[in-house]
Design a protein around this ligand. Structure first.
Ligand code: AMP
Length: 282
C-alpha cells in the first residue's frame, strides 16, 4: 500500500494505474475506520482495479460548537486497517494541502440540505459538498463509494454529481450495523456502556415503524409519535428530529405512499447519533 500526503503524488499514482488500463475506486472518509468503512473498501475492491481511500477530517463541515478538535484521530490504526483490507493508495492530506489558500468557492446543493441534519448543522453540507468535489478533482476516480448511513449526505453528493456533470459514478453501500442494530459510527466511542445499550433503541424503533407500515398503518404523524415514545422511554436523550421523507427529494411526507426514508438524529449523552431506514408500503 502506498501512503501519500500530496495531491501531486496521488494524481501520479492514479494516472499510472489508468495508463495500465485499471479502473479507480475511491472511498472518502474522516478516519477512525470501523467495519462500516471496511465494507465500503471491500465494495470498491470488488468493482475496481485500484482502490484509493482518503482520510481527511474536513474543518469546513464542522460548526464552531462541534467536535472538530476532539474528533477521533487514530492514524496508525487506520493505516493497518487499510493495509489489511488491500487498499492500494491511502491519501492522508494535511489541511494545508486541501486548503492552500482561503477557499472562496462554496458549493451549495439547495433544497436537499434545508431539512433533516441541515436544520441543525448550518453550513455542514456546503462543507461536505465542496470538499467532496475537491477530493474528486484530486483523485479523479471512476467510482466513489458512500454509505447509506449518512443518507442525506449521499443524496447531496448524488445530486451534486448529476447537476455538475461530474464524471464519477456514485455507489451507495448499505449501512453496516452491530448485532443489536446500532449503525457503526466513529462517534459511537463517545457512548458510555449504558448509553451504548440504550442506543440500540433507535434501530428497534425504526424497525417497528417499518412493520407498522407493512401492517397498513401509513400515517406519518402516528408512526413518528410511536417512535418518539419508544426512544424516549429507553432513557434520557434529546431527539433533534425524526422525519419520514421522500427518498429522492427528502421532503416530509404525511403518508408513506411512495418509497420513503425514516431519518433521525438523537443525542444520547455526549454522542449525536444519526440513522435512517428505507420504508415503503409494499
Ligand atoms: P465518515 O468517516 O464518517 O465521514 O464516513 C465515511 C464514509 O463511510 C461515508 O460514506 C459514510 O456514509 C460511510 N459509513 C459510515 N458509517 C457507516 C456504516 N455503519 N455503514 C456503512 N457505511 C458507513
Amino acid at each position: 500500500m502506498e501512503v501519500v500526503t500530496t495531491i501531486k503524488q496521488t494524481r501520479a499514482l492514479v494516472a499510472s494505474a489508468r495508463a495500465r488500463g485499471e479502473s479507480v475506486g475511491f472511498v472518502p472518509t474522516m478516519g477512525a475506520l470501523h467495519v462500516g468503512h471496511r465494507s465500503l473498501i471491500q465494495a470498491s475492491r470488488q468493482k475496481c482495479d485500484l482502490t484509493v481511500v482518503s482520510i481527511f477530517v474536513n474543518p469546513t463541515q464542522f460548526g464552531p460548537a462541534e467536535d472538530f478538535d476532539s474528533y477521533p484521530r487514530v492514524e496508525e490504526k487506520d493505516r493497518t486497517t487499510c493495509d489489511q483490507e488491500g487498499v492500494d493508495l491511502l491519501f492522508m492530506p494535511p489541511v494545508k494541502e486541501v486548503y492552500p489558500q482561503p477557499c472562496l468557492s462554496t458549493l451549495r446543493v439547495r433544497d436537499l440540505t434545508s431539512g433533516l441534519c441541515g436544520r441543525f448543522r448550518s453550513g455542514h453540507f456546503d462543507g461536505v459538498a465542496t470538499v467532496v468535489l475537491k477530493l474528486f478533482n484530486m483523485v479523479q476516480p471512476d467510482q466513489a463509494f458512500f454509505g447509506e448511513k449518512d443518507y442525506q449526505q449521499l443524496r447531496v453528493i448524488q445530486q451534486m454529481v448529476a447537476d455538475l456533470m461530474v464524471p464519477v459514478e456514485i455507489v451507495a453501500c448499505p449501512t453496516y450495523r452491530e448485532a443489536d442494530g446500532l449503525a457503526l459510527s466513529s462517534r459511537n466511542q463517545y457512548l458510555t456502556a449504558g448509553e451504548r445499550v440504550q442506543a440500540a433503541v433507535l434501530h428497534r424503533a425504526m424497525g417497528r415503524a417499518v412493520d407498522s407500515v407493512h401492517g397498513g398503518s401509513v400515517r406519518a404523524e402516528e408512526l413518528l409519535a410511536d417512535m418518539r415514545q419508544e426512544i424516549t422511554a429507553a432513557g434520557p436523550c434529546i431527539i433533534e428530529y425524526i422525519d419520514i421523507v421522500d427518498t429522492q427529494t427528502l421532503q416530509d411526507l404525511d403518508e408513506v405512499d411512495r418509497p420513503a426514508r425514516i431519518c433521525l438524529a438523537v443525542r444520547i449523552g455526549a454522542c449525536r447519533l444519526i440513522d435512517n431506514i428505507a420504508v415503503d408500503r409494499a
